[in-house]
Design a protein around this ligand. Structure first.
Ligand code: ASP
Length: 378
């Protein structure tokens, strides 16, 4: 029934797929507000086996004239203004989760499914709750090694079934980006922006423009035209095979400094089994240097091979050693985390620490490197 897609003649990065009339996308539906309904108590919760039949009722999500897909999870968009359509299959997880209930194992499950179906699809969309979306997008960016296709994470603030919902636009935009743009990255599509996943933070609990990437520009902007900032798009390494690194180290944590934080609290936070900590310090990376007990606790943990990465509590900006209070941390062996978001630093640590064959020195070096565009190298 569908035209068979022609083989791609070009492998140009961030290039619209001119040669194809249709492209295939796998949608991994994990949960989130986008597919929620109000329960008897009036609060939102995910509803299983509901989205696919509902989407088939929306003409923009499914062109019935193209295919009789009753009871199946295959949908086809109508032709878009560029004369292309997206054929997509929805893989619904059970149970569907509010993303606040997701764990690191869920990152592995998503990554694993992407690797299982990697060769069959042109791109992937992950439907996800917004609350921990930036963590999942960051984690996937590290777990997917030598990625050559777009993985687009999206969701919404209002369920897709409601009259006034951002979910329909976000989902359709995600399908377009995943199918028609050769961006070999994990992306977040939300509120008419395409952001690098591991640069993204949830910045607003109510706005349709909930996500920002404070330290780099958007990868693309979705207006009447889709404008890709090609100079930002990561280059794919075509000499290496794609694979998923499934393991993730769970003994990591985020420690946010606050005025008056005690040595005892820092010391107990750094106790085994902790293997890696993201320290969220003040401003350009400053921590109290008038509390020798805190610095001693940090030094002792680093001696036990705990990796400690310093990032700023500010939404935007870099850590550097321009103040004595920042330098004191680096003198103990803390790694400056540059302009990484907390979500990226945390997931990068859990990825790097899970590489069992690497020495502590190599892992420490990896934390300083820009692995997936997650930090700016100066
Ligand atoms: N609590 C929801 C979630 O993260 C919020 C949302 O999707 O917007 O799953």
């Amino acid at each position: 029934m569908f035209q068979r897609r022609s083989k791609l003649a070009t492998a140009g990065v961030a290039k619209s797929v001119e040669q194809e009339q249709e492209a295939n996308v796998l949608v991994i539906y994990t949960g989130g507000t986008i597919g929620m309904l109000r329960n008897q108590s009036g609060v939102y919760e995910p509803k299983s086996n509901y989205m696919i039949p509902e989407l088939k009722k929306f003409p923009m999500f499914h062109d019935k004239s193209q295919s009789e897909t009753n009871g199946s999870n295959l949908l086809v968009t109508p032709l878009m203004r560029n004369g292309k359509r997206v054929v997509y299959r929805i893989k619904e997880y059970s149970p569907l989760l509010d993303s606040s209930n997701m764990s690191m194992d869920d990152w592995s499950k998503i990554a694993n499914d992407i690797s299982l179906y990697y060769d069959k699809y042109d791109g992937f969309v992950v439907l996800h709750g917004t609350d921990t979306m930036a963590y999942t997008a960051s984690a996937l960016s590290f777990m997917c090694e030598n990625l050559g296709k777009p993985i687009v994470v999206t969701g919404s603030q209002i369920p897709i079934y409601e009259v006034r919902s951002d979910g329909r636009d976000n989902f359709l935009s995600a399908l377009v980006v995943a199918s028609q743009y050769k961006i070999p990255e994990v992306l977040v599509v939300f509120g008419n922006k395409v952001l690098r996943g591991n640069r993204t933070i949830k910045n607003d609990s109510g706005s349709f423009d909930a996500f920002i990437s404070p330290n780099i520009a958007s990868i693309a902007d979705l207006g009447t035209d889709i404008t890709v900032n090609s100079f930002l798009v990561l280059q794919r390494d075509t000499t290496q095979q794609f694979y998923v690194h499934r393991d993730i180290c769970k003994n990591v944590g985020l420690l946010r400094l606050f005025p008056g934080i005690s040595e005892q609290l820092v010391r107990s936070f750094l106790q085994p089994p902790m293997q890696g900590v993201v320290l969220q310090s003040y401003g350009a990376g400053n921590a109290p240097d008038n509390c020798p007990g805190i610095l001693r606790a940090i030094k002792e943990a680093i001696k036990r091979e705990v990796i400690i990465v310093n990032i700023t509590q500010c939404t935007r900006g870099f850590v550097d050693a321009s103040y004595a209070t920042g330098k004191a941390l680096y003198d103990q062996g803390v790694i400056p985390g540059g302009d990484m978001t907390a979500d990226a630093a945390f997931t990068k640590l859990s990825y790097v620490l899970s590489k069992a064959s690497l020495s502590n020195k190599t892992k420490t070096e990896m934390m300083k490197q820009n692995l997936r565009g997650e930090c700016t190298t100066r």
